[in-house]
Design a protein around this ligand. Structure first.
Ligand code: HEM
Length: 229
């Protein structure tokens, strides 16, 4: 079963991503007005894209710290597809905001104030990075870039993810700081994403210290190998 999952995980993640996009679209369509539908859709797409992005970031450090984690191979095999899915889900998020705003009143891009504008710029920077990472996740691009350059480029996700978090805090109604022009603000997502980010950073720190569980048995020939990350 695990071998089958490992072989097909990319396809399964792709199907889940498309299903999520369609599901959110259908959920939003039940809102009483078109404006409410676009707000619901952009919020749900944004929250899902961030959740998936954090999930993709957590897999690497988690697998390193817990080498015997059941299903670790499946997670590692699906990591690239999960990261690409985050970018794919972020596209309707952006479209559901920019579409109506540009068509109805483009001044809404600036009118909520400087925090809003900075938040939007951060979102744009993160989106550009995610697009580059998604594009270079195809096998030919991996080959063309070469292992080291590909790894260096893809490490930028460790910058893009905090940028998305800041973007969400600056403009997201569900993070409680922003007062968006439409929609009510609450703190619903702040705690969840703060916990997820703390887990990610803690795991990354443990990995950087070479800490793993269960600990690697000491090799008599190379006793110092235990401290190698
Ligand atoms: C050009 C790029 C982007 C634009 C213009 C944009 C626009 C927006 C806007 C207008 C909101 C406020 C939604 C609201 O609460 O009513 C928002 C929130 C959010 N965005 Fe973006 N965004 C961009 C990129 C991204 C990316 C790349 C991600 C994730 C990978 C993302 C994730 C989020 C999250 C998590 C929220 C908070 C949603 C909530 O509080 O319900 N955004 N974005």
């Amino acid at each position: 079963m695990l071998a089958w999952l490992t072989r097909h995980i990319t396809l399964l993640v792709g199907i889940a991503a498309v299903g999520t996009i369609v599901g959110i679209g259908i959920t939003a369509a039940y809102e009483p007005t078109a404006t409410a539908a676009f707000i619901t859709a952009r919020q749900l797409y944004g929250l899902t894209a961030l959740g998936v992005l954090l999930g993709a970031c957590i897999i690497g450090p988690l697998a390193a710290v817990l080498p015997r984690l059941p299903g670790k191979g499946v997670l590692l095999a699906g990591r690239r597809a999960i990261g690409v899915s985050s970018c794919v889900i972020a596209i309707p998020h952006v479209a559901c905001y920019l579409g109506p705003v540009l068509l109805q009143n483009w001044r809404e891009l600036f009118s909520p104030g400087w925090l809003w504008v900075v938040g939007l710029v951060l979102g744009l920077l993160a989106l550009l990075d995610l697009l580059v990472l998604a594009w270079t996740s195809r096998d030919p691009a991996v080959k063309a870039l070469g292992g080291n350059r590909w790894k260096r480029l893809h490490r930028t996700v460790y910058v893009a993810t905090p940028i998305v978090l800041l973007h969400a805090v600056f403009v997201g109604a569900d993070f409680g700081f922003a007062r968006p022009p439409t929609g009510e603000a609450d703190y619903g997502s702040l705690i969840t994403f703060a916990i997820l980010t703390a887990v990610w950073l803690a795991l990354a720190w443990l990995r950087s210290r070479g800490i793993r569980w269960p600990a690697r048995p000491a090799s008599p020939a190379h006793p110092s190998s235990e401290t190698t990350p």
